[in-house]
Write a protein that binds this ligand. Structure first.
Ligand SMILES: NC(=O)c1ccc[n+]([C@@H]2O[C@H](COP(=O)([O-])OP(=O)(O)OC[C@H]3O[C@@H](n4cnc5c(N)ncnc54)[C@H](OP(=O)(O)O)[C@@H]3O)[C@@H](O)[C@H]2O)c1
Length: 243
């Protein structure tokens, strides 16, 4: 099903035209596919990245489609609040996709607590900061979509990724923040989390079975949910999975 969805990528996701879509970690693999699909669908983009040159190159590429692109540089390990404020200041955000993420291997006993805290800042706290920055405006306008790119590694129901403590803890926290974000949403505002599966990116490695476009599909589907769509849920391959 996902492969079919990816093959139909030349057909833009419905509902993005004229929307302002903000994407964190936009210079990453899955986020790159999200940005390309959003631009093809007629969205304007607010793209965040920590590598200013790579961010400018991405903006130039996306602009060639005719999309309006604004850039927000910043390291989410220590500038998340500034990044969140800049995203909100770019103009009313219709769709927020928190994609930035870091992966550090190691069990609870082998990974340093400072590393766990740093991964938490990037994987969870930054998404909390961006939600705090844009969710009130979405609530006031009565419409919005927030998608947190999480991982089955942070799912209690899937057993947590016990060999990857920093990642599992931070993604479980991101999942909790998603539930709390959904509880704070009003009107036609939806907050969901998704797992992209194992994807060929710098994080996933070249041995992963899924393309970035396949990894991006469920995030874009959640970004374009109709008013009667779900909120406060966790998805993979457009299907609900356990927290
Ligand atoms: N790939 C998989 O198999 C897989 C599986 C499950 C979940 N995910 C999730 O999918 C999301 C996207 O990952 P990906 O596979 O596309 O990996 P990726 O290509 O490595 O992208 C990760 C992105 O996060 C950014 N980032 C990392 N640390 C940052 C920091 N301190 N400040 C700002 N940005 C930072 C990276 O910036 P730079 O470009 O500057 O490095 C990059 O843009 C992540 O949240 C990841 O946990 C991926």
């Amino acid at each position: 099903m996902i492969a079919d969805a990816a093959r139909s990528r030349d057909i833009p996701y419905e509902g993005l035209s004229g929307r302002r879509v903000a994407v964190t970690g936009a210079t990453g693999g899955i986020a790159g596919a999200i940005c390309a699909a959003a631009a093809a669908g007629g969205a304007s983009l607010v793209i965040h990245g920590r590598d200013a040159k790579a961010l400018d190159r991405l903006a130039a590429t996306l602009s060639k489609t005719g999309a309006e692109v604004q850039t927000v540089p910043g390291d989410l390990a220590d500038e998340a609040r500034d990044v969140a404020e800049m995203i909100a200041a770019a103009g009313p955000v219709d769709v927020l996709i928190n994609t930035a993420g870091v992966y550090t291997p190691g069990t609870l006993l082998s990974v340093d607590v400072d590393t766990i805290c740093q991964d938490f800042d990037v994987n969870a706290a930054s998404a909390i900061a961006t939600m705090q920055a844009v969710l009130p405006g979405m609530n006031a306008r009565g419409r919005g979509r927030i998608v947190n790119v999480s991982s089955g590694g942070g799912s209690f129901g899937e057993g947590l990724a016990t060999g990857h403590a920093a990642y599992a803890i931070s993604k479980a926290a991101l999942n909790a923040a998603t539930v709390l974000g959904a509880a704070s949403a009003r009107g036609d505002v939806k907050v969901n989390a998704m797992c992209p599966g194992w994807v060929r990116t710098r994080m996933g490695g070249q041995g992963a079975p899924r393309s970035p476009e396949e990894g991006a599909d469920t995030a874009l589907w959640l970004a374009t949910l109709p008013a009667d769509g779900p909120s406060g849920r966790f998805f993979r391959d457009r299907r609900a999975i356990p927290w």
